[in-house]
Design a protein around this ligand. Structure first.
Ligand SMILES: Cc1cc2nc3c(=O)[nH]c(=O)nc-3n(C[C@H](O)[C@H](O)[C@H](O)COP(=O)(O)OP(=O)(O)OC[C@H]3O[C@@H](n4cnc5c(N)ncnc54)[C@H](O)[C@@H]3O)c2cc1C
Length: 540
């Protein structure tokens, strides 16, 4: 393959939402751009698909703006139709539907109904949520300046940005003091372990308290692109093509030759770049980058970063079950909104997802299948489920009179991995599916039992295979004391730098905590740096 044909100002590896954002901005700036994606479709974890006439979202179920997504779309001139994606919360047979800030009182009543002895502690939880919601209002209170034209938009600068800055600085100080894991934080004043679990068991392990407690704000903010979440990725992809960018799908990069600014794919084709944006799994970047020929100083910095990256793990993964149901949307609408967090038991997971799971993992070789299935009985009965019904957000997404449902929960990658190695993954998944169906049919959705037309699931291993994400992680690094990347919002600009000057990083692995908004933000920040670098290179 002749590399001169494959020479670009910037190459972006990874066509998830971060890579798509980078590519859209780079093509708009007039650079020669190539986006390389290993799958047939772009979108990564912002992706939708159709099966038997049912529409499903494969990754994120709805979007939060966070002052990032809508300003980015406006800035790029992308028009998409959105609908609200209202959230319901349920425990056993009590369900509340969140509408606005007053819904916090309903949440308080819901918790007090199940844990009356903890009323005073519930009050404190609510005070904490309210306080953090105020911080979030400041943090996301204006369109993120990164997406504004700060050279020309004087009105934004003087009327919005400057008055906001002192409040932002004050809030950042407060937030940085709230990095304690949410479980530990609740332990300081909530005695009832079940209550603690019910509040926190659907968060990632060790989620910083400010992030966990901000979820109530996020619940009120969720919106949904008409036609499915994947419409966002589709629109970004069209924008890139419209601006003259190139997209190469079904192409997996397996080597980065840093000194030559060259990439190699699985078919041995090579691609030359001035700058590279790596918008995919970061451990992979560090594993496949050859540093021969680069200066000793940069090589040392790179090797140091590599050690940190490879030592850390991806965060929690997710298990998702997709159902095609022969029952009209109306039956489900009567029960809960199309985005629903449901816990079938007030008892809480307790040690089931901590000590007991750790014991199973540590002693896997000695454990009988039946012990794992007995654990699964408990786990599925006590867990919290995120249930999404796309048809309740956009009725055109299902065949007439039928309903598509996505049921998911945080899942331990290592368990699926060990079971796969032991050779009974399919059996385990089918046992898991039947238990989830039993639990939900016996509680919130009695009509499910006899109405399933088809079902299929994606495990943490499917996520790892599909998007190449270490440990099947869906929002980058697990929350640990020593993060291998930037985790303070005031330094987010630096999050896209790698030790090698011509290589930038973007997406869920570049900053922590991550998710769609931060993937978009880092995608834009990396593009800005690559644009500057390319212009400098061309002027020399
Ligand atoms: C079920 C679920 C629920 C979620 N809920 C939320 C939520 O409520 N809020 C929120 O903010 N976020 C949520 N997320 C997370 C969010 O979707 C992701 O964090 C975000 O989409 C990550 O985007 P990304 O572009 O950084 O990475 P990815 O989407 O992982 O994209 C990386 C891309 O790189 C490609 N790639 C990898 N390796 C290579 C290679 N060697 N060569 C070429 N291409 C490669 C992959 O195929 C992939 O397309 C959820 C995710 C899931 C799965």
């Amino acid at each position: 393959m002749n590399t001169s044909e494959n020479k670009y100002d910037t190459i972006i590896v990874g066509g998830g939402i971060a890579g798509l954002t980078s590519a859209a901005y780079l093509t708009r700036a007039g650079l020669k751009v190539l986006l390389i994606e290993k799958n047939r479709e772009c979108g990564g974890l912002v992706n939708s698909f159709m099966r038997d006439g049912f529409h499903f979202d494969a990754g994120v179920r709805a979007l939060e703006d966070a002052g990032i997504i809508l300003p980015m779309l406006k800035d790029l001139g992308i028009e998409l139709e959105f609908v609200k994606s209202p959230v319901s919360l349920g425990i056993e047979n009590e369900i509340i539907h969140l509408k606005n800030l007053n819904s916090l009182n309903e949440y308080k009543e819901l918790l007090t109904k199940f844990y009356p002895a903890s009323a005073a502690e519930i009050d404190r939880v609510l005070i904490s949520i309210r306080k953090i919601m105020k911080h979030m209002d400041v943090l996301y209170g204006i369109e993120n300046p990164v997406f504004k034209d700060l050279k020309h938009d004087r009105e934004f600068i003087f009327k919005r940005l400057l008055p906001w800055l002192p409040r932002f600085i004050f809030t950042v100080g407060k937030i940085n003091n709230m990095n304690m894991p949410v479980e530990e934080y609740l332990e300081t004043f909530v005695k009832d372990t079940s209550l603690r679990d019910i509040i926190s068991q659907h968060f990632f392990k060790n989620t910083p308290v400010f992030f966990a407690m901000s979820y109530f704000s996020l619940y009120l903010d969720y919106f949904y692109p008409k036609g499915g979440v994947g419409k966002l990725s589709e629109a970004m992809k069209n924008k890139i093509l419209e601006c003259g960018g190139e997209i190469k799908t079904e192409t997996k990069i397996i080597e980065v030759m840093a000194d030559k600014c060259l990439l190699r794919d699985e078919n041995n084709a090579t691609y030359q770049y001035t700058s590279l944006i790596w918008a995919a799994d970061l451990k992979t970047l560090y594993k496949i980058t050859g540093t021969e020929g680069i200066t000793p100083k940069i090589k040392t910095l790179f090797e140091d970063s590599k050690i940190k990256m490879l030592k850390n793990r991806g965060g929690d993964s997710v298990f998702s079950m997709f159902l095609e149901v022969d029952e009209p949307l109306e039956s489900f609408r009567k029960i809960a909104n199309g985005h629903f967090f449901y816990t079938p038991s007030r008892i809480g997971l307790g040690q089931t997802h901590r000590g007991e799971l750790n014991y199973l993992l540590a002693n896997f070789e000695k454990i009988e299948k039946n012990q794992i299935l007995a654990w699964l009985d408990k786990f599925t009965g006590l867990n919290t489920y995120e249930i999404s019904i796309p048809g309740l957000k956009d009725p055109e997404l299902v065949p007439q009179g039928k309903t598509g449902i996505i049921i998911s929960f945080l899942a331990e990658y290592d368990l699926f991995n060990l079971i796969q190695k032991a050779g009974w993954l399919n059996e385990f998944i089918s046992e898991l599916e039947s238990r989830i169906l039993r639990v939900l049919s016996d509680s919130v959705y009695p009509m499910l039992k006899d109405k399933i037309i088809a079902k299929f699931s994606f495990s943490p291993l499917s996520i790892e295979n599909r998007v190449g994400s270490s440990e099947g992680a869906i929002t980058g690094w697990s929350f640990q004391k020593h993060m291998p990347v930037i985790n303070k919002i005031q330094y987010s600009d630096r999050s896209v730098m790698t030790p090698i000057p011509s290589i930038y990083q973007a997406g869920q692995w570049a900053y922590s905590p991550a998710g769609v908004p931060m993937s978009v933000l880092t995608g834009k920040l990396a593009a800005d740096k690559a644009i500057k670098q390319t212009r400098k290179f061309k002027n020399n």
